[in-house]
Design a protein around this ligand. Structure first.
Ligand code: CP
Length: 303
C-alpha cells in the first residue's frame, strides 16, 4: 500500500482492507504518537465537509504531522481559472500526501495521475468515498464482531450516495445480503446490481422499510444528496421519503446498529439518538483511527 493512491475501494484487496481495519484498532488503543513528524499532508476540499476533513486533520495532528490546504475552491486559485492539473502539481511540491474532495466524478483518479505524491479520494461527486467505507467497515466489524454474512439495509439516496457505492463494493467481499430501500427516483444504479449479480450475491429492492426491518444487522441510513439535484422542486418532493423513528426499532435485532455517514438532515429522527442502536456518532469518531491507519500505511510508516 506504500506510495499507492487510494481512489476507489477496489484499489484495495480484501486482505488489504482487513489490514487497514486491524491497524485502525491499534490506533484506537493509542491514537497519539509522533510517527508523522516532518510529514506534510495537504487537504484540498473543493466541496464542503465537516467529518472527512476534520477527522483527517485530527488524525494527522494526533500523529505529529503538519496540515496545509483549503476548505473551499473559492479560497484557492482555481477561482481564478487555474486547472486541477496545475493545482495538484503545485501542491505535490509542498506535501507528502494529498487528500482531495471534488464535485466531479473521476477527478480524484485524474489527480492521482498528475500528482507526484499519493492521493486519497475524500469523495469525488457521486462516485466513491473509499475512506468512509473503511471506517464504515471498521464500525460494522466492531459492532457485529465479524463482517461475514450480514444483512445490510441501505436506505435513502442510493443513486447519488457515494458512500453507498463504495460500501457495496467492499461488503461484496464478505458475502453480505443487501436490502436496498429507496424512492423510485433514487434507486441503486444498474451497475451495482450487475456487480452483485456477477458475484452471485443476494439483494432485494424495497420501497417500504417497516415490514422487513426485523431482519437487519445494520441499517445504513443516508441523506438525500441535495447538491446533486438540478431541480430544487424535485429535491423538496423526495427529501423526506424515509425518516427512521425510535418506534420503528421495536422489532429489530438486539445487536442491530444504525449507521449513517452524516451529515444528517431529517432522515433519522433525533429521538433515535438515545437508543443503544444508534452508532453514527461513534462511527464518525472511528474515522480518526481508520484515517490514521490509511495515512501511515501509504506513507510507509507502518507495514
Ligand atoms: N461522511 C462525510 O463525508 O461527511 P462530511 O461531508 O462532513 O465530510
Amino acid at each position: 500500500m506504500q506510495n499507492r493512491s487510494l481512489i476507489s475501494i477496489n484499489d484495495y484487496s480484501k486482505e488489504e482492507i482487513l489490514h487497514v481495519l486491524d491497524l485502525a484498532g491499534e490506533f484506537e488503543q493509542n491514537p497519539s504518537r509522533d510517527i508523522l513528524k516532518d510529514k506534510v499532508i495537504a487537504t484540498l476540499f473543493f466541496e464542503p465537509s465537516t467529518r472527512t476533513r476534520l477527522s483527517f486533520e485530527s488524525a494527522v495532528n494526533r500523529l505529529g504531522g503538519k496540515i496545509i490546504g483549503f476548505t473551499d475552491s473559492a479560497s484557492s486559485s482555481s477561482i481564478k481559472g487555474e486547472s486541477l492539473k496545475d493545482t495538484i502539481k503545485t501542491v505535490s511540491n509542498y506535501s507528502d500526501l494529498i487528500v482531495m474532495r471534488h464535485p466531479i466524478e473521476g477527478s480524484a483518479r485524474y489527480a492521482s495521475e498528475v500528482a507526484m505524491v499519493p492521493v486519497i479520494n475524500a469523495g469525488d461527486g457521486a462516485n466513491q468515498h473509499p475512506t468512509q467505507t473503511l471506517l464504515d467497515l471498521y464500525s460494522i466489524r466492531k459492532t457485529q464482531e465479524s463482517l461475514d454474512n450480514l444483512n445490510l439495509f441501505i436506505v435513502g439516496d442510493l443513486k447519488y450516495g457515494r458512500t453507498v457505492h463504495s460500501l457495496i463494493m467492499a461488503m461484496a467481499h464478505f458475502n453480505a445480503t443487501f436490502w436496498f430501500i429507496s424512492p423510485k427516483d433514487l434507486r441503486i444504479p444498474l451497475e451495482y446490481k450487475l456487480f452483485l449479480d456477477q458475484r452471485g450475491l443476494k439483494y432485494y429492492e424495497q420501497r417500504d422499510i417497516s415490514d422487513v426491518v426485523s431482519e437487519a444487522d445494520i441499517i445504513y441510513m443516508t441523506r438525500v444528496q441535495k447538491e446533486r439535484f438540478s431541480d430544487p422542486i424535485e429535491y423538496e418532493r423526495i427529501k423526506n421519503a424515509y425518516v427512521l423513528k425510535s418506534n420503528m426499532l421495536q422489532d429489530t435485532r438486539k445487536t442491530m446498529k444504525i449507521l449513517h455517514p452524516l451529515p444528517r438532515v431529517s432522515e433519522i429522527s433525533t429521538d433515535v439518538d438515545d437508543s443503544e442502536k444508534a452508532y453514527y456518532f461513534i462511527q464518525a469518531l472511528n474515522g480518526v483511527y481508520t484515517r490514521q491507519a490509511i495515512i501511515s500505511l501509504i506513507l510507509g510508516l507502518k507495514n
